[in-house]
Design a protein around this ligand. Structure first.
Ligand code: GLY
Ligand code: MN
Ligand code: MN
Length: 448
């Protein structure tokens, strides 16, 4: 669990970057799935990053520059209501929320429209995320207009509306030790889930049965949800990059690609492993798998301060292009294969993305048109792959083999820390685990 002081510390840091003005950050709305049934609730990542408050119907307001370095954090949230709590469970209510989450002031959410114009009066700027939700945008502009209408009484309205994401994205990009601790645990649970999937996969099972094993491992260790829809793709399905049907039968002789990670206390893990349904790679599968594994090793080796964002991708590409030539998938020199982008017939995505509260986390990849340097505290995925669809000019023994290997890494002072090392990855590790699978059970150690 992240200590509450970490959240108030972030609010203070944000306020000092704002200098003067008012930030308005709502959490995510609840969404109806059908009639009375809702989707599982997930808070807004920006709101949660600054509050640690997980209830819906809440808005954070930060008034920066109240007096020199002094700022004020105000939470609007649902009131206590015994009737609702009998049906739907506990809610803090403003008073308990102020104490538990260290806000300066708290009010019922119903007071928002009344109080916002007052808070915005005589402030130079509003900081918010315009463009995310048109109804919310209209509400913010309504509050500003309300202040403007009082100009004859000498009140001035904010002259500027600024995008708060520019400040928050940069803060979120650099993970503190308390965030890395949660991400390590999310990665450990997710690695255990991949291990469990390998141990429980047999020819004849359905992809969804393996998905159930992943879910079992996530939930039994307290992860609240999958961080994204799990991809459990056997055989040719592995060549569909965003395959999520997960309803085909698994056959001996096929590979199974699983891209799945849990969300723990808001933070995502994102792991892909690929292994043989019957526990043994055939020669063609092994050739492609070993190639992707070498590409990933080269990419991970390139994750270090001083290198730029594109270094891991370029390192992976060099290895893949050479491998595609050696295996008869591409022709010419490595430079030609990369220059002509011929490799994209088999590797059409990039090698990673930022990772954090969102699985594709916030943060700029380029600055002034240039890939930005990697720095300690950044967390990213490293996920090369190879997807071979049937085609006349492709050796037949590679057809329908899809392979991806994805790990999560944190940039350190000297290189990087691999967070997802608990998920077996080498051919020897995978085959050994699957050979022993009748004997062994679940792997992740239980906490608490
Ligand atoms: N699981 C999403 C991704 O790998 O980007
Ligand atoms: Mn990923
Ligand atoms: Mn993934």
């Amino acid at each position: 669990m992240i200590p509450i002081q970490a959240f108030s510390g972030r609010r203070h840091r944000l306020a000092s970057q704002m200098q003067k003005g008012v930030a308005i950050i709502p959490t995510a709305p609840e969404r109806v799935r059908n009639r009375d049934a809702h989707y599982p609730y997930r808070f807004d990542s920006y709101f949660y990053y600054l509050t640690g408050f997980a209830e819906p119907e809440a808005v954070l307001v930060i008034v920066a520059g109240v007096d020199k370095d002094v700022s004020k954090s105000i939470l609007f949230c649902r009131e206590k209501n015994i009737e609702y709590e009998i049906w739907n469970g506990f809610r803090y209510g403003p008073e308990a929320a102020r104490e538990a989450f260290e806000f300066d002031e708290t009010y019922p959410i119903a007071k928002l429209d009344e109080m916002l114009p007052r808070l915005l009066a005589d402030q130079p700027a509003v900081f918010c995320a315009l463009g995310d939700d048109t109804a919310w945008d209209a509400r913010v502009i309504g509050w500003v207009n309300h202040v403007r209408q009082q100009s004859r009484s000498g009140t001035t309205a904010p002259a500027e509306i600024r995008d708060i994401r520019l400040l928050l994205d940069e803060m979120r990009l650099f993970k503190g030790p308390e965030e890395l601790q949660v991400m390590r645990r999310a990665a450990e649970i997710s690695g255990g889930a991949h291990r469990r999937a390998m141990q429980n996969t047999r020819p004849g099972m359905s992809e969804y049965e393996v998905e159930a094993e992943l879910m079992h491992e996530f939930r039994r260790h307290g992860a609240q949800a999958p961080a994204y829809t799990s991809i459990v793709a056997g055989g040719a399905n592995a060549c569909v990059l965003h395959y999520v049907d997960n309803n085909a039968r698994l056959k001996a002789g096929e590979l199974l690609l699983i891209d799945a990670g849990c969300e723990l206390d808001g933070y995502a893990a994102d792991i892909t492993r690929t292994f043989p349904v019957n526990g043994k790679f055939n020669p063609a599968q092994r050739d492609l798998y070993e190639l992707v594994l070498s590409a990933q090793a080269a990419a991970i080796n390139a994750v270090r301060p001083g290198n730029t964002w594109d270094a891991p991708h370029n390192a992976a590409l060099q290895v893949l292009a050479q491998g595609f030539i050696d295996l008869g998938l591409c022709h010419g020199s490595v430079d030609e294969v990369i220059q002509s982008e011929d490799y994209k017939r088999f590797y059409m995505h990039r090698t990673g993305h930022w990772l954090g509260l969102d699985v594709h986390d916030v943060g700029e990849y380029k600055r002034n048109g240039k890939w930005r340097p990697l720095q300690p505290g950044m967390t990213l995925t490293v996920e090369p792959g190879c997807y071979v669809r049937p085609a006349d000019n492709v050796p037949r023994h590679f057809w329908n083999i899809g392979t991806r290997i994805e790990d999560d890494v944190a940039v350190t002072e000297t290189g990087c820390e691999v967070l997802t090392g608990t998920a077996p990855k080498t051919v020897a590790e995978i085959e050994e685990l699957m050979r022993d699978r009748k004997k062994s059970k679940s792997w992740t150690k239980t906490i608490g």
